[in-house]
Design a protein around this ligand. Structure first.
Ligand SMILES: Cc1cc2nc3c(=O)[nH]c(=O)nc-3n(C[C@H](O)[C@H](O)[C@H](O)COP(=O)(O)OP(=O)(O)OC[C@H]3O[C@@H](n4cnc5c(N)ncnc54)[C@H](O)[C@@H]3O)c2cc1C
Length: 381
C-alpha cells in the first residue's frame, strides 16, 4: 500500500473538507482511494493562533437529528469528542485525527501536491514524492495556507494573521489590524485582552453591518458579542475601529505608520493582515472555468465538478455558485459539508457503486441540492 500511487479517487487535503468527503466516499464503498496531505491531518487547524476558537458552536445534538454544526459526518460530534462548544484549532485537528483513525480512512501525510495534469482519461498529480494518478480528483486543499497578503504599498512590513502562533506572546504595545471581519476581530479581541492598544481598520466597517442572517456576509453572533464587549470595556479608545482603506504602510526606525485616506496611525509593532485568502485553487486554475466578474470557479450545481475538466471536483470553502437568489457561498463547515454526499454519489454512480448508504446524509439534513435556498454574496472569514 505504501508505494501504491494509482487510485480510483485521490482527495487532495485532509482538513475538514477532505476528511468529510473521504468519509462519504468510503460509505459508498470506494476502495481504491487516498487522501494526500502535505502536513498532518487537520494541518491548517493546527496552525491557527493558539487562542483562536471556532465561531460556529458545537453541541451534542445529533441524537435529535440536528448534527453538530462542526461535524464532518452525521454520526460524529466534535462537542462530544472534545467537550467544547467553541473548540480551538488544535482540538479540532484532534477530532479530525480521531475520525480518520476510527474509520481507517487512508491518508498519506507529508505529500505536497504541486500540480495536476490530465492523463489517460484521468489525472496525474505531481507531488514532492513523485507522480500519482487517479481517475477522479477531489480538490480539498482549502484557503488557510494560501493567504492574501494585502495588495498595498508596504504590505511586506505586515504579518498575516495565519502566521501568528499566539496573540498572548505578541511583542509591542500598539498594533494595527488591517481587516475587520472574523479574523480581524478575533485578533483585536485577544490582543486587547493582553492589554495592548489596538486599532482595527477596514473600509467596509463590517462591525457596523446589520440586517443579514448569513454569517458569510456579516459578523457571526459570537464575534458581534466580542465586538460589543470591546466597545463597552474600552470607551477610552484602547481598542478603536476605523472604517477607512489602508493606502500604505511605512516602516521607520522600528515604528510603523499606517496611512489611510485621512489618518496616519503610528504603532510600535508590525501591523497584522487579516485580509483573507487567495486560496489553493491558484494551483489548479487552468483546470477550471472562472466567473469573470467575481473570480470564482464555475462548477456544476449538481456536484461541484469542474465545468472545464470533468472528473475534478472541488470541496470546501472556495465553492460558490450563482443562483436565482444571488450567491451561494459555502465557506463554513456546516455549509460545505452539505455537498459531501453529492460529490460521493456522482463518483459512485460513475463507478457503478451503490449510492444508497448515502441516505444517512439526507436523513440528517446534511445535503444541499437546491443552492438557491442558501447564503448571500461574500465571505467574512
Ligand atoms: C478566523 C477564522 C475562523 C473560522 N471559524 C470557523 C468556524 O467557526 N466554523 C467554520 O465552519 N469555519 C470557520 N472558518 C473557516 C474554516 O477554517 C474553513 O472553513 C475550514 O478550515 C476549511 O476546511 P478545508 O478542509 O477546506 O481547509 P483546510 O482546513 O485548510 O484543509 C486543507 C488541507 O489541505 C492541505 N493542503 C493544502 N494544500 C495542499 C497541497 N498542495 N497538497 C497537499 N495537501 C494540501 C492542508 O495542509 C490542509 O490540511 C474560520 C476561518 C478563519 C480564518
Amino acid at each position: 500500500m505504501k508505494s501504491k500511487k494509482s487510485f480510483d479517487v485521490i482527495v487532495v487535503g485532509a482538513g475538514a473538507a477532505g476528511v468529510g468527503v473521504g468519509m462519504a466516499l468510503k460509505r459508498v464503498g470506494v476502495e481504491s482511494m487516498l487522501l494526500l496531505e502535505r502536513g498532518a491531518v487537520g494541518e491548517s487547524f493546527r496552525r491557527w493562533p493558539e487562542e483562536m476558537r471556532f465561531i460556529t458552536p458545537s453541541f451534542t445534538s445529533n441524537a435529535v437529528g440536528l448534527v453538530d454544526l462542526n461535524a464532518v459526518h452525521p454520526s460524529t460530534s466534535p462537542a462530544f469528542s472534545l467537550e467544547e462548544e467553541h473548540p480551538g484549532g488544535r482540538q479540532y485537528a484532534q477530532y479530525l485525527d480521531a475520525v480518520v483513525r476510527y474509520t481507517d480512512l487512508p491518508v498519506r501525510t507529508g505529500v505536497d501536491v504541486r500540480s495536476i495534469a490530465l492523463k489517460n482519461n484521468g489525472f496525474s498529480l505531481e507531488t514532492n514524492g513523485g507522480a500519482y494518478s487517479a481517475r477522479f480528483v477531489v480538490w480539498a486543499a482549502g484557503e488557510f495556507q494560501y493567504p492574501h497578503k494585502g495588495g498595498f504599498t508596504g504590505a511586506e512590513h505586515c504579518v498575516h494573521n495565519t502566521k501568528v502562533d499566539s496573540w498572548r506572546s505578541w511583542k509591542g504595545e500598539s498594533i494595527a489590524v488591517i481587516g475587520g471581519y472574523e479574523s480581524g476581530i478575533d485578533a483585536a479581541w485577544h490582543l486587547s485582552r493582553a492589554g495592548k492598544s489596538v486599532v482595527v481598520i477596514d473600509p467596509a466597517g463590517p462591525w457596523k453591518k446589520r440586517g443579514e442572517s448569513d454569517p458569510s456576509l456579516v459578523l457571526s453572533p459570537y464575534t458581534m458579542a466580542r465586538f460589543r464587549q470591546m466597545e463597552a470595556q474600552h470607551p477610552e479608545g484602547l481598542v478603536r475601529f476605523i472604517a477607512e482603506k489602508v493606502q500604505r504602510v511605512d516602516a521607520l526606525n522600528g515604528q510603523f505608520i499606517i496611512r489611510t485616506q485621512t489618518l496616519d496611525i503610528p504603532t510600535d509593532s508590525r501591523p497584522v493582515l487579516a485580509t483573507g485568502f487567495k486560496g489553493s485553487l491558484t494551483l489548479i486554475r487552468d483546470l477550471l472555468a472562472w466567473d469573470s466578474a467575481e473570480n470564482f470557479p464555475v462548477l456544476t450545481q449538481a456536484a461541484d465538478e469542474s465545468t472545464r475538466t470533468p472528473g475534478l471536483f472541488i470541496c470546501g470553502p472556495m465553492v460558490r455558485h450563482r443562483t436565482a437568489n444571488g450567491m451561494a457561498i459555502l465557506c463554513f463547515i456546516y455549509k460545505f459539508r452539505m455537498r459531501f454526499a453529492l460529490i460521493a454519489a456522482t463518483i459512485a454512480s460513475r463507478m457503478q457503486l451503490d449510492t444508497s448508504p448515502l441516505s444517512e446524509y439526507d436523513d440528517t439534513n446534511m445535503v444541499l441540492r437546491d443552492l438557491a435556498t442558501c447564503c448571500g454574496s461574500g465571505c467574512s472569514c
